[in-house]
Design a protein around this ligand. Structure first.
Ligand SMILES: C[S@@+](CC[C@H](N)C(=O)[O-])C[C@H]1O[C@@H](n2cnc3c(N)ncnc32)[C@H](O)[C@@H]1O
Length: 883
């Protein structure tokens, strides 16, 4: 009996994937296809899933069958009388064989093969629905029966066949399936853990091993047979997971299966209470409360009472389809705006009537038809204040050039720089307090020295005189807004630089960097390297050196304008001269082209370029700045300005420049107009006028002239109009010690008078004078507080009249007073020629221009004792002679 049962069991198990546990090599492929075969009577899906290695083991699937068989085995070994079902050829289906409620402790197995946990209270589940048999529930039976196939051994059993068509091989599994179908589970079935059933759950592999050789061979043989059937099955829709019948959905509620056929249709689940209902409820509970106001509420209640659950009425936003100004009168003719009648009507709108209790409206709304008018009139688009407004991509770009973010000394420049440490003589140190914040009165600021740890007691949190540091901070992270400028192609002047953000007045914008070269190197480059260039990026810098920004920052692309919005200013930063572009006195808007006045002196007519800046005051050519002649102020006005000028004198170089015309000393006393050597013929004379704010010292300026690279005479358009140029204005603060009779290598001569002051502000006017080995006479007219420097060419007679000569003097620039000027293309080319052959005519005119000096030919300064203490800071420079 046991052997028969086992045989049946093997037959039943033959097509099951569990057999893949002991495959032979020859059957591996079959097993593969076999394991991926979906439908079996036991659990089709699980077989398909078994092909996935990540999914539960196949043992788990085989276990229920084995257990079912085992239960049969147990029954048979005990020789128990067959039950009625068994007698009638019906056996307990798998689902029922697991547990029956009235035998709680009897051996049982989970219907789906999974080990169940024991539970203290044995809840009653409708296992026929929950278990795999539940998939064969009534509904499933009705709709999904056709899909079920039963595999018995190697024979597919047609589920449509009636009971008479019993499987021929007597497969228990097939029978079991049938029984399951025809014997619905009893109403009360409980779930029990398999491990509590007492039956050992044997491993299939063990069972196979126990079969012996022959048994295994039989089993394998059956497997190969089965696989052919399964291969056929593979082509079915079911295998390909093509659903041909509708999917049935089951309903679960509170963790329990709800059979819609069995259970009476429940009322709709409680809807979320709408606010309206809440309101109605509230109203119902407290009618007295709601009664006094709102007839509306009453309506709502009425409607809810009569119509049942109220649906929320959607609020319709009028303006969605009517527009923002819906309900307002529009002008009959929008091009004429409102006529009087319409205005009157508009004014009578109740919404516009003043209410006595209303607070006054301080924020005025836009006029109602503002938009209409704007559309009709139009307006240039302009972004708000500090919005970054870069150009769109795809702009033409200049040919690539090597950029340099820091100045670099090239060749002898470094050595030359070190040899002349004249800045140390004027090393500035401010005495500002936190409350001052290194503002306009800051000593360093006036001297154009940037504050740092060494020369300023205030930290960066208080000090406002750290423009270069601020610039570095601003730009180090990069980004268009932080950089704030971009190169763009202008219509007629090549490339230029525009702002893509706004800048405040006098704010630092970008640094002008490049290679710092000596004059000789500049000359060499002009003759050899740049000889075919159209644009030059050379600018006079400091100590007669030149910045060549051919390799440098984008500041080199900044164009000239006769009415500029920026300035190029040289500052001393940590002892080093640095040049940067600063915004002018007015703010710069986003999108403006950045320009500064080149104050450009071409060396020859060849180099005169037409200026295309388009400013109303355009000089017509790229040339030097004309002399500023301002009408003298009426006395009264001058008197009124007494106090203000005093303050303004402290205001630094830029403000002093403006105040030059007022010519007032530090005490507010009006001074006489400075004598400025006027240009005669082609000679350009530089005059340095100094003025101090305090003290009574006498200053005599004396020194030797030296050609400054950037001092270029005008020719061509500027010919004959060469004028004394107010070159730069600076305030110089000198310590008493250093100020005393100190002649510096840079050509400054500073003498102290009777009293010393620790801080003295000096206003410097610089004009250029020409000379050949110039002996500069500095003369102070008793009547004038200013010193005029005129050229007294000592050996002019020796010069050939046919040749131009310019001799370099020994003048050095002050850190603060030297303006940045681009060099003309041929500037340096002609310098050497001029050195040797000065024009007699020019020299004569130079001499004549020295005529006002009482002591022509010698440096001399007369002192006006009536004048207050002054330190006159004189810088001498000799200008070359234009032909
Ligand atoms: C330092 S570069 C400026 C950048 C130059 N536009 C470029 O494309 O490289 C100086 C040259 O620009 C031109 N330039 C600058 N400003 C000008 C102006 N206002 N009118 C005419 N040309 C100007 C002149 O050719 C001048 O020699």
């Amino acid at each position: 009996m046991t052997t028969d049962v086992l045989g049946d069991l093997l037959d039943a198990l033959a097509p099951e994937p569990s057999f893949s546990r002991a495959p032979t090599d020859s059957t591996t492929s079959n097993i593969d296809s076999f394991t991926s075969t979906p439908p079996t009577s036991a659990s089709p899906d699980s077989i398909w899933l078994a092909s996935d290695p990540d999914l539960p083991k196949q043992d788990d699937i085989a276990v229920p069958i084995l257990e079912a068989a085992a239960s049969l085995l147990v029954n048979s070994t005990k020789d128990e009388p067959p039950s009625d079902e068994a007698a009638s050829g019906q056996q307990t289906p798998v689902g029922q064989a697991i547990v029956v409620a009235d035998k709680p402790r009897s051996p049982e197995a989970s219907s789906n093969g999974r080990v169940r946990r024991a539970r203290a209270s044995l809840p009653v589940y409708n296992l026929s629905k929950l278990s795999s048999a539940s998939t064969q529930s009534k509904k499933r039976d009705a709709t999904g029966e056709k899909r079920r196939r039963t595999i018995s051994g190697d024979t597919l059993v047609d589920p449509e066949r009636d009971d008479a068509a019993e499987p021929t091989d007597g497969s228990d599994t097939a029978r079991l399936s049938k029984k399951t179908k025809h014997n619905p589970a009893p109403a009360e079935v409980t779930r029990r853990a398999t491990r509590l059933s007492g039956l050992p759950v044997e491993d299939l592999a063990k069972k196979l091993a126990a079969l012996g050789k022959r048994g295994r061979r039989n089993a394998e043989k059956k497997l190969t047979n089965v696989s052919r059937e399964l291969l056929r099955l593979r082509d079915t829709n079911e295998f390909a997971h093509i659903e041909t019948r509708p999917v049935l959905y089951t309903v679960w509620r509170n963790g329990k299966y709800v059979d819609s056929d069995e259970e009476p249709a429940e009322a709709d689940p409680p809807r979320k209470k709408t606010k309206l209902e809440d309101a109605a409820a509230c109203d119902a509970s407290a009618p007295a409360k709601a009664a006094p106001d709102s007839s509306k509420g009453g309506e709502i209640r009425a409607s809810t009472a009569t119509e049942g659950p109220a649906t929320k009425k959607r609020r319709v936003k009028k303006w969605l389809d009517k527009g923002l100004y819906s309900g307002q009168e529009a002008p009959s003719d929008i091009s004429k705006a409102l006529n009087a009648q319409e205005k009157k009507k508009l004014a009578s709108l109740p919404a516009l009537q003043p209410k006595p209790r209303d607070k006054p409206n301080t924020v005025l709304p836009l006029p109602i038809f503002n938009g209409t008018r704007l559309l009709l009139a139009g307006r240039d688009f302009k972004l708000p204040f500090d919005v970054c407004n870069p150009l769109p991509p795809g702009q033409p770009k200049p040919a690539s050039w090597r950029t340099m973010t820091k100045n670099r000394f090239v060749g002898d420049a470094s050595a030359y720089w070190k040899k002349t440490p004249h800045f140390e003589d004027f090393a500035s140190k401010c005495v500002c307090k936190p409350v001052d914040g290194c503002g306009e009165d800051c000593q360093n600021r006036i001297m154009l020295y940037e504050c740092d740890l060494t020369n300023c007691a205030l930290g960066p949190e208080f000090c406002q005189n750290r423009a270069f540091q601020t610039l570095q901070e601003r730009t180090k992270k990069g980004g268009r807004y932080r950089v704030g400028v971009e190169v763009y192609k202008t219509g007629d002047r090549g490339y230029g630089v525009r702002s893509n953000r706004c800048f405040e007045p006098n704010q630092i914008i970008m640094e002008y960097t490049g290679e710092i070269i000596t004059e000789e190197e500049c000359e060499r480059r002009m003759n050899e390297v740049y000889k075919d260039n159209e644009c030059y990026y050379l600018m006079s810098f400091d100590q007669n050196m030149i910045i060549d920004a051919t390799t440098g920052s984008i500041a080199r692309f900044v164009n000239h304008s006769c009415s500029p919005n920026c300035r190029m200013i040289k500052w001393i930063v940590a002892g080093q001269p640095r040049m940067a572009l600063f915004a002018g006195d007015r703010p710069i808007m986003s999108g403006e082209e950045l320009t500064y006045d080149y104050n450009f002196d071409p060396f020859s007519a060849k180099n005169v370029q037409k200026c295309l800046c388009g400013a109303p005051n355009c000089r017509g050519v790229l040339g030097p700045k004309p002399k500023e002649v301002k009408p003298p102020k009426p006395k009264e006005e001058a008197g009124k300005k007494k106090g203000s000028v005093k303050g303004s004198v402290k205001a630094g170089k830029r403000k002093l420049k403006e105040l030059l015309s007022n010519d007032r000393d530090g005490d507010g006393r009006a001074t006489k107009k400075r004598k400025i050597a006027t240009a005669t013929g082609v000679v350009t004379t530089k005059t340095i006028t100094t003025k101090t704010a305090k003290g009574k010292s006498t200053v005599v300026a004396k020194g030797r002239g030296k050609v400054v690279a950037a001092k270029m005479a005008t020719k061509g358009a500027a010919k004959g109009a060469a004028t004394a140029i107010k070159r730069s204005v600076s305030k110089v603060s000198v310590k008493a010690k250093t100020a005393l009779s100190k002649k510096t290598a840079s050509g400054y001569v500073v003498k102290r008078g009777t009293k010393t002051t620790s801080t003295t502000k000096t206003q410097t006017k610089l004009s250029w004078s020409s000379s050949n080995k110039a002996k500069i006479s500095v003369a102070s007219s008793p009547a004038s507080a200013s010193s005029t420097i005129v050229a007294a060419p000592a050996k002019s007679s020796k010069a050939s009249p046919s040749k131009k000569t310019t001799e370099r003097g020994s003048a050095k620039s002050t850190p603060a007073s030297k303006a940045a000027r681009p060099l003309s293309a041929t500037a340096t080319k002609e310098v050497s020629a001029r050195k040797r052959t000065p024009s007699r005519k020019l020299l004569e005119s130079a001499t004549s221009s020295a005529a006002p000096s009482p002591a022509s030919g010698k440096s001399k300064a007369a002192v006006d004792p009536s004048r207050p203490s002054k330190i006159r800071l004189v810088r001498e420079s000799v200008y070359d002679f234009p032909s």
